[in-house]
Design a protein around this ligand. Sequence first.
Ligand code: A2P
Length: 337
Amino acid sequence: MSQRTSTVAVVGATGAVGEEMIQLLAERQFPVRKLLPLASARSLGRTVSFGGEELPVEILGRDSFAGVDLALFSAGAAVSREYAPLAVEAGAVVVDNSSAWRYEPEVPLVIPEVNPGKVAEHRGIIANPNCSTIQLLVVLAPLHRRAGIRRMVVDTYQAASGAGRRGMDELAEASIQLLSGKVPAAPKVHPRRLAFNCIPQVDRFLEDGSTREEWKMVAETAKILDDPTVAVSATCVRVPVFSGHSEAVSLELATPLSPEEAREILKQAPGVVVLDDPTHGVYPTTIEAAGNDPCFVGRIRRDPTVPQGLKLWIVADNVRKGAALNAVQIAELLPRL
Ligand code: A2P
């Protein structure tokens, strides 16, 4: 890596993911010459901390990207659709955390531990996968390479932070109200009250009765593994947790793989930490994952109900590895801009 430094814009700098991106750029000593925090007019007058300085948040506009080398986007799909092409036109490389560009054939969809080589194929925009897909495939790709996954059934337990800062605030406020014996306000961000509840709806419903979040896991798994033969059946559930997604996964493999062999493969896998000692009560939960980089896996066991079946429990910090960290890791793979 050369010593060149970059001008880096963060679009959505005041959001849950944008703030984490800025923190990770500092933490990982990404060679930033100048940081440009961008958000909406709502954030006028706000500042963000970076490198010991308070930087004023600027309002995103069509001319925001002059002189920008790298633009990290996390302000929703509509903003990315409109502004990412303008950033590319101005000469920046875009790493986009929204779903706006993920399914375009010419846009690489990258998890650095799984398909880092795809970064080289970019034409200006690189897409960051959905949070649930990232943690799933960091763990499953090494097993797929060894034993071939024919089918997976995935049930997710997704944190409120996946719906951004407002999603977390709504959970906190309703929890406080309920614990104080009061009636919480009607939900605006989540489709139902999330406090003390589980909601089997993340994103909108599609015609076939699945949700778009579930469809994302299907489409993104095929694209990232570059293997449309892997069948994915997903149910995505929002749970009253602030930080960290959990996933219960059942696999049907093409060739036999024992839980012991799976554990050995995963102990060597980049970005994975195995926490799996059931006799001592060792398995991951969101408390272990929150604020940490790896994807944690435990409860690895046979599924005796299908031939060559394996079950696992996967947990990761959805704002970090599921979004901000994965985006910064993609940027680290780029030749210095
Ligand atoms: P703002 O705080 O000014 O609304 P989260 O996902 O945590 O809700 O964060 C979303 C981020 O995207 C925030 O930084 C938010 O800025 C930003 N954002 C949302 N809409 C726009 C927009 N139209 N233009 C620029 N930034 C936007």
